[in-house]
Design a protein around this ligand. Structure first.
Ligand SMILES: [Zn+2]
Length: 217
């Protein structure tokens, strides 16, 4: 009887370890941000390591993934996250669309990576001369679904309109910060992780001329 109890306790412990391991991701938000910024510095100087882009990595991540950061970026072909942060396969969980906006499906993807894969850093990445933001500023009727997209960016434009300096840059900043706030306060899952489980959401800006990524305060 005693042996059975010990065996059951052992089984219980083992199950717990397996369940914990599945959700565990060892990279904190600060470490993840440092990793990204270090990678971007290598990219800017053209001293890339091109990590995790070989057969060993392919096999390593074939049955599970453990990305260390989520990037919410623009679809713009000049801003590919793995390249500008000098990362490889299995490193970044990426959501991209024109204007880096977040709808329910994008939010669900973010939630999956936070809750299920244990990612603790989200970077909302706006970029210089964003076409989606530019189209919003120019206004007017657009074909297809494009109006739906610009209407999502419009509130950022209205709040940035009175600021001094270049309007396009200001709206890109404002849009990026607005999306960051939207993710930060998303009920009920992400807000809980931000407040109690070490999740950080930061805004950043990519410079098309230099390749540099900088935090937006
Ligand atoms: Zn863009």
């Amino acid at each position: 009887m005693k042996l059975v109890r010990i065996y059951l306790l052992f089984l219980y412990a083992l199950t717990n370890v397996v369940v914990t391991a599945q959700h565990e991701n060892n990279t904190s938000a600060d470490d993840a941000l440092k990793k990204l910024m270090d990678g971007n510095n290598r990219f800017v100087e053209f001293k890339q390591n091109y990590p995790h882009q070989n057969k060993v990595r392919l096999e390593e991540i074939a049955t599970s993934q453990k990305p260390f950061a989520i990037i919410v970026g623009c679809s713009d072909s000049r801003v590919p996250p793995e390249i500008i942060f000098d990362q490889g396969m299995g490193d970044l969980f990426i959501i991209r669309n024109a204007g880096n906006v977040v709808d329910d499906f994008a939010m669900a993807s973010i939630e999956y990576a936070v809750e299920h894969l244990g990612v603790r850093l989200i970077v909302v990445l706006g970029h210089e001369r964003c076409g989606a933001v530019d189209a919003t500023i120019k206004g007017g009727e657009l074909p297809g679904h494009l109006n739906r997209l610009t209407s999502e960016i419009e509130p950022a434009m209205l709040s940035a309109k009175r600021a001094a300096g270049d309007l396009l840059t200001n709206v890109i900043y404002s849009n990026t910060k607005r999306i960051t706030l939207q993710i930060n306060s998303s009920e009920e899952l992400l807000k809980e992780f931000v407040e109690h489980k070490g999740l950080k959401v930061v805004s950043a800006y990519y410079d098309l001329d230099t390749g540099k990524v900088e935090r937006i305060p």
